[in-house]
Design a binder for this molecule. Structure first.
Ligand code: ARG
Length: 466
């Protein structure tokens, strides 16, 4: 490891310094430098807290806060980190502070431990990352509702087992994803509530020896509450896991939507065209237009789910309280947040530019006998016991398939000739848009229900991400 500029916050009880291999193996600056701004803001609040307990005078505290203000600007530039070989971001920030206010900087760590500091910084960082994720999610949900509105009355076959099952409205399908995303937003909000608790004052594990007004520090940094147990602060990362779980579930939903649209935009389905701006071609096959954006979202699930699994395993079996293992929490967190936020922005653009070709799914719904359930249920409404109705509708399908008859070929007369129970109005049910009108229960695909659900979803958007 090249020896650059570095500080060490410990060392008095050692006869020799750390070996080069240990320094390079244990250092976290190359990834935890992303916490620099949070570390500085936390230290500013801590300088104010040190004034309140009489360790710093008002002037000293103001001088530290001002030095940190300068540093916040500098820390946005790559030059701030050049040549730094401090073991972590907390050490780097203190070294930089010494460069600005030498003697005073020696007081900043009074009654504070890096164990609580890393919890604080990660909470501040994650609180903002969650807000960003939720804003991106809201943008996606807005695009999804616009897409539903563009084709509000388009009919598609709904699938089970990837076999055409029953006709539904395209808007109903879009709203299914809206519901999944609405729950994702709830999970993110719940994760945020657990993140947004202030650990400062916990010390290394036993609580600070200085009489900090912890509520005041929490208010200063915009936290809703203070943590209740100092050992818990040092030893636990379940609030990171909460986010990683919420992130994983959201990625899962993005992956399923991606998979749908990879299929629906294929030549075999031909329901939709993906925008040129979100697809790519082949270096060899001139005709290709590949759905790489959606494939990458599906693929990135591996890294996000992997992050959740990785942190579970990292924390499992660590004895109370802090162990250096915990340093391994940050890379999975950063990977998951980056990949999730990137995927959300990407899929919002795919949603904005996708063009549905409604004739294709309408035709697919029609020729596939997806209306068979409507016929069976109409028979049951007329008094035929459902099991018999199911059998009769099944016979109608079998006969039609064997003789090349399409649903639309069935006139009232032909139906009556096939079976007397098949009354005239059942011919109308051969149109997939017809039978769905009976699905009037809340949450069903009847056009009035979908129109209501769509309007409600648009109104609910106001509460997403806040
Ligand atoms: N880099 C460490 C982490 O991320 C900082 C915390 C304290 N380090 C220590 N050796 N007690 O967890």
């Amino acid at each position: 490891m090249p020896t650059g500029d570095k500080l060490q916050l410990w060392g008095g009880r050692f006869e020799t310094g750390p070996s080069a291999i240990f320094e390079s193996f244990s250092g976290s600056l190359h990834f935890d430098k992303r916490l620099a701004d949070c570390d500085i803001r936390g230290s500013q609040a801590f300088a104010r807290a040190l004034q309140r307990v009489g360790i710093l005078t008002a002037e000293e505290s103001a001088a530290l806060v001002a030095a940190f203000d300068e540093m916040r600007v500098e820390a946005r530039e790559a030059a701030f980190y050049e040549g730094a070989t401090d073991e972590d971001v907390h050490t780097l920030i203190i070294r930089k502070l010494k460069g600005k206010v030498a003697g005073l900087a020696d007081k900043i760590h009074t009654g504070r431990s890096r164990n609580e500091q890393v919890s604080l910084d990660t909470r501040l960082w994650l609180r903002e990352a969650i807000d960003e994720t939720r804003a991106l999610l809201k943008a996606l949900m807005t695009e999804l509702l616009a897409l539903a509105r563009r084709h509000q009355n388009a009919v598609i076959p709904g699938y089970t087992h990837l076999r055409r099952a029953q006709p539904v409205l395209w808007a109903h399908y879009c709203l299914a994803y809206f519901e999944m995303f609405a729950r994702d937003d709830e999970r993110l909000a719940q994760a945020r509530a657990r993140v947004n608790v202030c650990p400062l004052g916990s010390g290394a594990l036993a609580g600070s020896g200085f009489p900090f007004d912890r509520e005041a520090i929490a208010r200063d940094l915009g936290f809703d509450a203070i943590t209740r147990n100092s050992m818990d602060v040092s030893g636990d990362r379940d609030w990171v896991l909460d986010y990683l779980y919420a992130a994983s579930t959201l990625m899962l939903h993005l992956s399923r939507l991606s998979e749908d649209w990879i299929l629906y935009s294929s030549d075999e389905f031909a329901w939709m065209d993906l925008g040129d701006g979100v697809t790519s071609g082949s270096s060899l096959m001139p005709q290709k237009k590949n759905p790489d954006s959606l494939e990458l979202i599906r693929g990135k699930c591996g890294r996000v789910f992997g992050s959740l699994t990785s942190l579970f395993i990292t924390v499992k079996g660590t004895p109370m309280t802090y162990n250096r293992d915990m340093q391994e929490d940050k890379e999975p967190l950063f990977i998951a947040a980056d990949q999730l936020n990137g995927s959300l922005a990407m899929i919002a653009e795919v949603t904005r530019t996708v063009v549905l070709k409604p004739e294709a799914p309408a035709e697919a719904a029609e020729v596939s006998w997806a209306v068979a359930t409507d016929v069976a249920e109409a028979l049951a409404r007329n008094g035929t016991p459902f099991h018999l109705a199911h059998k009769l509708a099944g016979k109608l399908v079998l006969h039609s398939l064997q003789n090349g008859i399409k649903p639309a070929d069935w006139t009232p007369e032909k139906l009556a000739a096939f079976a007397p129970e098949l009354t005239g109005e059942m011919a109308a049910l051969m149109n997939p848009a017809e039978g769905m009108k009976s699905r009037q229960v809340p949450g069903g695909t009847a056009p009035e229900q979908v129109a209501r659900a769509l309007a409600e979803a648009e109104a609910r958007l106001v509460n997403i991400g806040v």
